[in-house]
Design a protein around this ligand. Structure first.
Ligand SMILES: Nc1ncnc2c1ncn2[C@@H]1O[C@H](COP(=O)(O)OP(=O)(O)OP(=O)(O)O)[C@@H](O)[C@H]1O
Length: 336
């Protein structure tokens, strides 16, 4: 388990203090793939770098399995750090060394016995799907392949936590998906806890089970990814979600709409269409579908419908209430 307890990071520059992280407390469970989302400058990198003390927090504790890393020094800190792997947006491979040598370098740094290194390199290359690239130099690899080497290198010390600093931001969408798939496999096969920071909500939607949203150094919302997608509370969270699951209805269509426009969400396996048609039969209202989709988040369906409800106010309210009773989340969308 990884815990941030009241972490604050203040940068001192000429006569000025910049608050990078402002009193953040978060608990990341063993086996989580935890996403930290925010715009540039929100404090994501500063927070992530506090985990392995690449940045020392100004105050607060970083607990890994109950041990406060900020209290460790010397060899104890070195050993604790070996259990925390990290991958980066720009890979940071050694260009003069082959893929195999890059990984062997990390194994030597972790004091792996010399005679075990070649076999370990083979295993790691297999794990990331690069067996045939052992003797190739980083310059001859694609971005996705470079990140695979980065992942193999980060796994060299058998870490229990893997930190991913915008690990897919330099990659195209297809390569991003393949790297995310690999990270998920690693999480499931090796039980490694993954903490990733990103400004891309679709990365979170793809692999994370829990998430936090940061703004101005603070965590403004956190929870299960599914729940946050279904019921975001903060405006910024809604903005991020809209970037991947858009409910925008074109103005030309809204202009034609006279009734009340509502968004109806069905979590899990509730058969949304059935509930809606049942509602239309029970109450004196007419419904026009403007949008309907089922999103899969963490392999759980989330039914999203936008519709216009026409009828007397009392009937419309009753219809909405009935749908809520049947498990829907109903929200009125204001329009002119
Ligand atoms: N080494 C530093 N010295 C001074 N200020 C810093 C330093 N590193 C970060 N900051 C400041 O701390 C705040 C948070 O930056 P941080 O890089 O953690 O945000 P971020 O969310 O990771 O953004 P990005 O994705 O652009 O890196 C910003 O105001 C930034 O300017």
């Amino acid at each position: 388990m990884l815990e941030f307890q009241n972490i604050t990071k203040i940068y001192e520059s000429k006569k000025k203090q910049i608050v990078g992280v402002d009193n953040v407390s978060l608990t990341i469970n063993k086996g989580d793939i935890f996403g930290i989302v925010g715009y540039s400058g929100a404090g994501k990198s500063s927070l992530l770098r506090c985990v392995n003390l690449l940045e020392r927090p100004t105050s607060g504790k970083i607990l890994v399995d109950g041990i406060d890393l900020t209290k460790l020094s010397g060899s104890k800190l070195r050993i604790a750090r070996l259990k925390i792997g990290m991958i980066f947006q720009h890979f940071y491979l050694i260009s003069q060394k082959t893929v195999g040598e890059n990984i062997a370098f990390a194994l030597r740094a972790a004091k792996t016995p010399k005679n075990k290194i070649p076999t370990k390199v083979t295993e790691l290359l297999e794990m990331v799907g690069l067996t045939d690239k052992r003797d190739v130099y980083p310059g001859q690899l694609s971005g996705g392949q470079k990140q695979r080497v980065g992942i193999a290198r980060a796994l060299a010390n058998n870490p229990s936590i893997l930190l991913c600093d915008e690990a897919t931001s330099a990659l195209d969408p297809k390569t991003t998906l393949s790297i995310l798939k690999l990270l998920k496999e690693i999480n499931q096969r090796l039980g490694i806890t993954i903490v990733l920071i990103t400004h891309e909500m679709d990365v979170v939607k793809e692999i994370c089970n829990r998430m936090a949203i940061m703004q101005d150094g603070r965590v403004i919302e956190e929870g299960e990814v599914y729940d946050i997608f279904a019921e975001p509370k903060e405006p910024l969270t809604k903005e991020f979600i809209n970037s991947v699951v858009s409910f925008e209805i074109p103005n030309e269509i809204l202009k034609e709409v006279n009734g009340q426009v509502i968004k109806i969400l069905f979590k899990g396996d509730v058969a949304g269409e059935g509930v809606i048609s049942d509602t239309m039969q029970r109450f004196d209202v007419k419904g026009n579908f403007l949008h309907g989709t089922i999103e899969y988040i963490q392999e759980r369906p989330l039914g999203i419908f936008i519709m216009e409800l026409q009828g007397e106010t009392a009937a419309v309210n009753e219809a909405k209430h009935y749908m809520e009773q049947r498990g829907a989340l109903v929200e009125v969308i204001e329009h002119v």
